[in-house]
Design a protein around this ligand. Sequence first.
Ligand code: NAD
Length: 352
Amino acid sequence: MREFVHVGHPARVVFGAGALRHLPRELELLGARRALVLSTPGHAAAAERVARGLGAGAAGVFARALMHVPLEVAREARAEARRLQADCVIALGGGSTTGLGKAIALESGIPILAVPTTYAGSEVTPIYGLTEAGVKRTGRDARVLPRTVIYDAELTLDLPLRLTVTSGLNAIAHAAEGLYARDGNPLMSLLAEEAIRCLSRALPSLGANPRDLAARSQALYGAWLCGTVLGSVGMALHHKICHTLGGGFDLPHADVHAVVLPHAIEYNATAAPQAMAALARALTSEAPARALYDLARAHGAPHSLRELGMREADLDRAADLASTDPYWNPRPIERSAVRILLQRAWEGAAPG
Ligand code: NAD
């Protein structure tokens, strides 16, 4: 066994269908008396319901979270938290809402209680992102790690199928890259393999019935594990390409992950045999890249950058950006090979 260093991130995780009923208890444990509830505009009614349920325990609602945390939105939310003298934020939603909570916590140090409703995994990472003038800056800071996470699968029952699948593949991407991370370790590999197994079983069940609570719970459990891997070890080529495409070409986050993942796995296949063996076990397929591609296609997820609105003429610039300041990757990042990967992802070609 090779040497490793593992740092666990402290968080209290409350998991279970209907677990949101424990919110008052969890706020009390945090010592919070004036929580600001955050959501995206689409989730405003749910955020208002949560605030009403807390009565005097809620300081207010800020329902303007946006993808990639634009700095101006972060500033407004920080000002609102100060004005209301909030002593905690409740981030009810996906990665965008959690991200807004992190922007507030980064400045004020107040704790985040996260209630994730997608599979993005941000709720268990100390990673934050802020976007200014179209450029997304990310960093790590212990202050932004949510102190408590409530995973309630009932809140995910209405997650649209397409977002269920793309968000699930976004989660799988964290685990898949964790399997070949330079700073990976046996504990994270265990979590990653189990996470991929859970999500790849749950997604087809949800394709058949998006309101299958058992499958929703299995997917959410998988997402927790995937997020834990993302928060603990470094990511590689896949995440670099997705950040490049999402930030530089304004493509939707989870969709990009769904399209790129099979191609990134194929790129690394020969350089990371142990990771591929784990992926093959988890996906019960000797061709993991193809299995991920088929999983996406079978359930209506996008499979080409073209259908996400990317222009073929931009592929050269994307290849330049993705191979500049590269993240560590098991196979060296060669600009020409990345350009081919991007072409195949743009066309929606099947791996292999
Ligand atoms: P999102 O939070 O933007 O949500 C997408 C849409 O789905 C929103 O309109 C939202 O209102 C809606 N939605 C969310 N949950 C729903 C539900 N249960 N039912 C119905 N609709 C629902 O999308 P996301 O993919 O969760 O998050 C993407 C963002 O998270 C990106 O900015 C990404 O960079 C960030 N992220 C950060 C980390 C990290 O560790 N910092 C990890 C993963 C993702």
